[in-house]
Design a protein. Structure first.
Length: 294
């Protein structure tokens, strides 16, 4: 029996289940491949391709439960969308970079490509769950199948893919899906695409149907804001205060965006996403931690 979609249009644990990170089946690629610099998001400098000092022999993070307290907010908010286990177990058939150093460099190159593809799969899956976008569901299924096929290709082929072109094709469909859904909200909708809203005061704002695609909302105040059917594709919510905000029907919201924001038990969420554990500090009345810009 099929599951009934929640307020976001997504059935709980629908097609997104396979796109969630499973660290037990990954070789700690997110702890090795990216570079990061000491900042509000990371406590230390780490060059690309060098394992984080907290990476354990079993490829698990030694401070995973205390990432925020230890100064690794960036790690707490990171999501590979399941790309880590795909590269580890499918592309490289269970060969890890410690046992097979010759494969390490190629594995490190493939991981960002796979993450891009898996992120696209996440958003395509979300779009297919939106009933008002049925007019383009056929096109979305075509790009879904094409993207899934890409993820199964050998490492050499993955590195030759024109992911930029494919991303543009997918994004045009996702934008159309967003427009079809947001058209349900009557009247003029706020357009904040790509806007610099760092530290903006949007508390109590009625933002239903707004577009925040690619907007920078670092440290923004969104307390008790109505974000129903608002498009949050790629919006930077680091340190954004979403206490009491209505995100239950927001479009293309991801777990990593929630994990980087500050909410509380009153924040309404889609059924497909989890309430971050660190939100308990926000519920106690403490101010959200500032983003990288202070």
């Amino acid at each position: 029996m099929s599951q009934v979609p929640g307020p976001s249009g997504l059935a709980p644990d629908s097609g997104h289940r396979a796109l969630r990170a499973d660290c037990r089946r990954c070789f700690g690629l997110c702890c090795v491949v990216p570079a990061f610099s000491a900042s509000a998001d990371f406590a230390i400098d780490k060059p690309a391709g060098q394992p984080c000092p907290h990476l354990q022999p079993d490829f698990r993070c030694g401070i995973h439960k205390d990432l925020i307290q230890e100064g690794f907010r960036g790690c707490a908010a990171y999501d590979c969308f399941g790309a880590g286990q795909q590269v580890s177990q499918v592309t490289f058939a269970g060969r890890d970079w410690r046992q097979d150093p010759q494969a390490a460099a190629q594995m490190y190159e493939v991981f960002p490509v796979m993450r891009q593809l898996h992120e696209l799969l996440w958003h395509i899956t979300a779009a297919l769950a939106l009933e008002p976008a049925q007019a383009i569901h056929g096109q979305l299924r075509v790009v879904l199948d094409a993207t899934e096929a890409m993820t199964r290709r050998p490492a050499d082929t993955l590195l030759r893919l024109d992911t930029g072109r494919h991303r543009r094709e997918v994004n045009s469909l996702l934008l159309r899906a967003s427009e079809l859904v947001r058209a349900q909200v009557p009247g003029q909708k706020p357009d904040y695409r790509g806007a610099d809203l760092i530290g903006a005061d949007l508390n109590n704002a009625r933002l239903a149907g707004a577009s925040f695609r690619g907007a920078r909302l670092i440290g923004a105040g969104l307390r008790r804001a109505d974000l129903s059917l608002a498009d949050l594709t790629g919006a930077d919510l680091r340190g954004a205060d979403v206490r009491g905000a209505d995100l239950a029907r927001s479009l293309f919201l991801t777990q990593s965006q929630l994990d980087s924001a500050m909410g509380d038990p009153r924040t309404r969420l889609p059924p497909s996403l989890a309430r971050p554990a660190h939100w308990s500090s926000a519920a106690s009345g403490r101010s959200p931690a500032p983003g990288p810009d202070g």
